[in-house]
Design a protein around this ligand. Structure first.
Ligand SMILES: [Zn+2]
Length: 162
């Protein structure tokens, strides 16, 4: 988002509107700015996500695990179908060409919805998950905590180590 929009929002959210806390980091709270979102959260439970015009947005963020039989990959999306379509685009269409075809061969009469249901698994929000960070460190948090930091939906989240 453009800098002037960010500077307009900061004075309003520098102190948590609920409890007045002005700290971020160290578990106190967060201030995340991305291309199209402004997120402010606080340890008191306050959390708001705004778009570039300062309008509150409510996006459903779920973590989905795809291709559990092979190299599992995780995608953040609003729905299972969105997760599959996003991943399939990254894979260059092999999801539709290979995984869907194989599933329909093994399950005659099955529908595309049956396939999505089988192939895309929604992770439990409270489940602990360990992922490698870019610097190679491992970090374990609940799915909900991981999702808190995601600012793009749909987006790629990670893959299993192999
Ligand atoms: Zn607060």
């Amino acid at each position: 988002m453009n800098a002037s929009a960010v500077f307009q929002l900061i004075p309003e959210y520098i102190n948590c509107p609920k409890c007045g806390n002005d700290q971020i980091g160290n578990g106190e709270g967060k201030l995340i700015v991305s291309r199209d979102m402004f997120i402010r959260s606080c340890k008191c439970g306050f959390k708001i996500t705004l778009d570039q015009n300062g309008k509150e947005i409510n996006i459903t963020k779920n973590l989905y695990r795809l291709n559990d039989d092979g190299v599992a990959e995780w995608v953040v999306a609003e729905t299972k179908q969105q997760a599959f379509e996003f991943a399939d685009e990254i894979w260059g269409g092999i999801g539709r060409d290979e995984y869907l075809k194989e599933f329909l061969e093994d399950n005659p009469g099955a529908t595309f919805e049956d396939f999505i249901d089988y192939f895309v698994v929604e992770e439990d929000m409270e489940r602990l998950h360990t992922f490698f960070k870019d610097n190679g460190d491992r970090e374990t948090k609940t799915v909900r905590e991981w999702l808190d930091e995601v600012t793009e939906v749909p987006s790629y989240f990670g893959c299993s180590d192999y």
